[in-house]
Ligand binder design. Structure first.
Ligand SMILES: [Zn+2]
Length: 282
């Protein structure tokens, strides 16, 4: 499942080929992904200029010149495949439709952008740009962790009455938008907070320490996504998932990176694996 940094990386990869460019033609090869596509999606996209690409939580938003916004969600396995018009490969053989290329945007400059999604948990929808924050996928989301609304005062207030474990509370998209399992594990390790600790029992100072840690962990991942992006664009133009190195995530049984002598443990909370060091995280 891509998390916020991966979605931000995909958005940054799409910006140079979409922003300020015209979608000459959209091909839509099936009626739905996770949910049905909006009515006449191909017609509504064809001929439209993309004014701006934005991200809200794990959604990529493409504002079009007709007052509509295309909402793109990568789901579990969604990828964006970019084939530039000026690459050698393109001239040798125009890219053929690959299996699971469900929506293909043919840009006016010849670039081809395919939304490929083998498991079909992804989604695309069109909505009025003016009311995108009221769209049903977006209207219940909390503030962006890298935005101005998210700060120490906000988080202390939001967690004050949460009886759930801190791990579960931080995964609640109504509290913070876009934070997922991997980065919550990393944030809790970095702040020395046990994933099992009840959110409402944490001191204000410890809750406050989560805010810079969340920002750091996400920013570092976005930066590392940026370097993968350069590699990926040089290779096959596919935007989707990147390998990161994590301190605790998926490291069960391996030694803690602080050198404390303990191993990383795994516990299942709300159906998700939490990885933590019992010695460093209290
Ligand atoms: Zn440790």
């Amino acid at each position: 499942m891509p998390e916020l940094p991966e979605v931000e990386t995909v958005k940054r990869g799409l910006q140079p080929v979409m922003e300020g460019r015209v979608i000459a033609r959209a091909d839509v090869h099936r009626p739905d992904l996770r949910w049905p596509f909006p009515t006449n999606m191909a017609e509504r996209l064809s001929g439209r200029a993309v004014k701006m690409l934005r991200r809200r939580s794990k959604y990529i938003l493409a504002d079009l010149d007709n007052g509509e916004t295309l909402i793109i969600h990568l789901g579990m396995s969604g990828r964006m495949q970019i084939d530039l018009a000026d690459t050698a490969e393109f001239h040798q053989a125009a890219p053929i439709l690959k299996k699971h290329d469900h929506v293909v945007l043919h840009m006016q400059d010849g670039t081809r952008i395919a939304f490929n999604d083998a498991r079909r948990f992804g989604a695309m929808d069109l909505t009025d740009t003016a009311s995108v924050e009221r769209h049903w996928l977006i209207d219940k989301l909390g503030p962006e962790p890298l935005g101005n609304e998210f700060d120490e005062t906000y988080l202390i207030g939001a967690l004050k009455k949460k009886g759930s474990p801190i791990k579960t509370a931080l995964l609640d998209q109504r509290i913070i938008a876009g934070l997922g399992n991997i980065y919550v594990c990393e944030v809790l390790f970095r702040t020395g907070i046990s994933p099992k600790r009840k959110a409402s029992n944490l001191s204000a100072a410890r809750v406050a320490s989560l805010v810079p840690a969340i920002r750091e962990v996400l920013t570092e991942a976005i930066e590392s996504g940026g370097s993968s992006l350069r590699d990926h664009r040089q290779t096959n133009g596919e935007l989707g998932y990147f390998q990161h190195n994590f301190a605790v995530y998926d490291r069960e049984g391996q030694p803690c990176t602080t050198g404390c002598g303990s191993k990383i443990f795994r516990v299942v909370q709300s159906g998700r694996s939490s990885f933590y060091c019992p010695k460093c995280q209290r």
